[in-house]
Design a protein around this ligand. Sequence first.
Ligand SMILES: [Zn+2]
Length: 86
Amino acid sequence: MPDGVRAVAMGSYIGVWKRVATRAGVTLDEYLAHLDAGESWCAPCGAFHPLAAFGLDPSHPRGRRSICREAHNREQRAKYKAKVTV
Ligand SMILES: [Zn+2]
């Protein structure tokens, strides 16, 4: 396994990743393997997606949204629907 992700994990992200891994139902090792493979956890979908599936967000530490474009669109549509049906 490339040690790039693990080297970064020695920093402050390790606690965050542990929590995300627990929520995703995988071990920290499994979670890091997904990160190494260029994938990220998407909570609304309950699945790992390739990073390319996540929209760009400069305000986010990783430069990507924490939910994928599809989940983001679903949320936006749900919000819009809620507005127009009231
Ligand atoms: Zn998703």
